[in-house]
Design a protein around this ligand. Structure first.
Ligand code: GLY
Length: 412
């Protein structure tokens, strides 16, 4: 694998951008830019040596943060390269996508937190979808087995985090915390049942989605971040937050995970209650008085310093990607409306306000995301999952345009 290949690919993207000039549509420009930036990232990763350095964010000194395989974000860079391959058709990307995916193979055996759905779904799941490689399917099923070990039958949920003696979680009084983010791990369970024929993964996913639907949501459609359960009685012990500004607040990425998670749950079950929840939570965020005009949310809708609070581009990418899918499940008038709303998010993200210049921003595509403001961790930084869901959204949009027969019509 040679750096020169990427330089050739980047040159092609740059030439396309220059030749097209102002006639290129925003989504074409977005893809040109992604190709250049991710090409530079691959080039840099390859330059670091044989062992995979997995780009995740940037640190306070401006250097790139590389995560290890146990980090919940370890599948996103491999997945980003799969999506870039899918969007560009550039087969030179495949060996890199394979190499980075296989480098995170140990994630399928991880049992001490719930994020294997993110980790293995974005890497092996996309790899299987795009190559049909049966070894990748086996990894998806193995990961579902690992995640199943965290199912707590009396509460009917998959436990998100362990609570170890002396930990901060123990100090908060938690016994079995489940975060709304966990809805994102269910896609892996649904896929694993399709691949293996073992319905237990599907059953666990449905149980988790049903209990979460009952316990995580407020009457206005917003959701709590953390629900803490008693694993013996199955009762709720606490309704808390971890990354939001208050237990009662609407942490932006949590709302995004809920919209996306219930859209996926509806796709896999046909349960209208899931669809209604996805719509209700989306309507909550779109109508929230603190949703900015450019539709990139602040990190928490109730953050006390709004408008002087950081935005969270990652939440926006997740909402946009979910909306393109959700638009296909709602009635006609609303369907167009949802696509338009997602397009507005994507145009904002693709502007200079959020898209970094080539070679800057640690070679990540998007700027301005937040991991955890309360913990003071990664505030107003690039995050690899913002890039991942941004490319996924571009891909979903392109699929929608194709099926509507309007591909090639420039939308400025
Ligand atoms: N699942 C972790 C996060 O959204 O920050």
């Amino acid at each position: 694998m040679k750096r020169i290949l990427f330089i050739a690919g980047m040159m092609a993207a740059i030439m396309a951008a220059c030749n097209g000039g102002s006639s290129r549509s925003w989504d074409e420009t977005a893809l040109d830019n992604a190709r250049i930036q991710i090409g530079l990232q691959i080039d840099s990763v390859e330059g670091l040596g044989e062992q995979f350095n997995n780009p995740t964010s940037i640190q306070e000194d401006g250097s790139v943060l590389y995560c290890d395989v146990t980090d919940w974000r370890s599948g996103f860079f491999p997945g980003t390269v799969w999506y870039l391959y899918e969007l560009t058709g550039d087969s030179m990307l495949v060996p890199y996508a394979r190499k980075y995916t296989e480098a995170v193979a140990d994630a399928q055996y991880l049992k001490w937190h719930h994020d294997v759905g993110f980790m293995v779904g974005s890497s092996f799941g996309n790899g299987y979808r795009l190559t049909g490689d049966s070894a990748y399917a086996l990894a998806v099923v193995e990961a579902a087995r690992s995640l199943s070990t965290r199912f707590r039958p009396n509460a009917g949920i998959i436990q998100s985090w362990d609570v170890t003696p002396g930990s901060e979680r123990e100090a908060k009084g938690w016994a079995c915390p489940v975060i709304i983010d966990n809805m994102m791990n269910l896609e892996l369970m649904f896929e694993a049942t399709k691949l293996s024929g073992d319905s237990s993964f599907y059953d666990i996913a449905v149980s988790h989605a049903d209990r979460t639907l009952k316990e995580h949501f407020r009457p206005d459609g917003s959701c709590f971040h953390v629900i803490d359960y008693d694993t013996i009685t199955g009762d709720v012990r606490h309704r808390h937050t971890a990354q939001g500004c208050a237990h009662s607040s609407a942490w932006a990425r949590g709302q995004a995970w809920a919209i996306y998670g219930y859209t996926v749950a509806y796709r896999n079950t046909g349960n209208k209650a899931y669809l209604e929840q996805a719509v209700k939570t989306f309507e909550f965020v779109r109508n929230h008085p603190n949703m900015p005009e450019d539709k990139i949310p602040y990190w928490d809708f109730d953050a006390p310093g709004i408008p002087d609070e950081p935005r969270d581009a990652s939440a926006a990418t997740v909402i946009a990607s979910a909306l393109y899918e959700l638009s296909t499940y709602v009635a006609d008038g609303r369907s167009v409306d949802y696509v338009e709303y997602a397009d507005e998010i994507m145009k904002s993200l693709s502007s200079d306000n959020y898209t970094a210049r080539p070679g800057e921003n640690g070679r990540f595509i998007l700027m301005h995301s937040v991991t955890s403001k309360p913990a003071g961790v990664e505030i107003d930084v690039p995050l690899n999952y913002a890039d991942y869901y941004y490319l996924e959204a571009l891909k979903r949009r392109r699929d929608l345009m194709k099926s509507a027969g309007s591909v090639g019509e420039a939308d400025h």
